[in-house]
Design a protein around this ligand. Sequence first.
Ligand code: 2NL
Length: 353
Amino acid sequence: MGITEELHEQQARGLAEIGSASDLSALDAVRVAYLGKKGSLTTVLRGLGALPAEERPVAGKVSNEVRVALESAVEAKREELSAAALRTRIGEQAVDVTLPGRGRPVGSRHLIEQIRSEIVEIFLGLGYRIAEGPEVELDYYNFTALNQPPDHPARSLQDTFYVRDLSGDTAAVEGESDVLLRTHTSPVQVHVMEEQKPPIYVLAPGKVYRRDAADPSHLPQFTQIEGLVVDEGITFADLKGTLDHVCKAIFGPDRRTRFRPHFFPFTEPSAEVDVSCGICGGEGCRFCKGTGWLEILGCGMVDPNVFGYVGIDPERYSGFAFGMGVERIAALKYDLPDLRILLEGDMRFLRQF
Ligand code: 2NL
């Protein structure tokens, strides 16, 4: 076989192998086999010098044509294969925009916050203002100005967290500090009475602290809402009418209220308010322990001694005050067996509200 035939045969085989290369690395193997340093075409080209002089021009021309033909076939095939590889990759990574999106969990306000703001809205509707104050208070505002003399049992260590001054040598002996965590929001109202003249219609919601161990019905920190009215001619009838309206607004218009005599150091007379049981309608059942009633707040007519501390004339003005625990109301409203679940952050519980 002459050199020209041999070259044409290599071209035909090469083109066939290039055509059937299934991927880029197979194609490169074909290119190396023909056109590489030790490739079969390269070997033929190296042998051209040994040919008789009259055959060299034709053989040179043909071998050049074969090289160009193989090179351009490799190039064309490379483009074809890489375009196919790109199409495959695009196909694999394609985003199906018709798929439904991933759901994002939407947060909600904590149950305590929901009930707190529900009650705040009821009082805003009655024309009350919201007052706030510090959670760290002076003994005077938390106790003394509220007619709780220094030997009153509520002032004992068991009930109150005292705050010790760690800044230097004035550190108070425990129990002798006059700085404490407020045990109710009453001090907020004492500040209001010091700062503004009657008429006063204020609501004081906020966190309060008591040195109690947590159990199903007690929390060492809870949310209290207190209210205070001071005006001319305020009577116990105003207290009853207001709190009856508020209980119906919180629990529903079919609920009744009753006022039982009680004692608080800062009000005289004082009462506890019960709302009729929502389960049995007042007949008596397990939920209300057979009584037909659920205790929800404490209240009374402001003791004249309290007015004395803040410089309000008890001959001209009278007033009523009340206090309720938001966590207790949440427990009554949703039949919670244990107040502590409100502070645990367990989403299986919190998600229900
Ligand atoms: C309860 C009872 C009560 C008050 C709070 C009060 C405030 C001032 C003057 C007089 Cl400035 N009284 N507050 C009165 C009666 C009851 O709270 O059971 N709280 C959880």
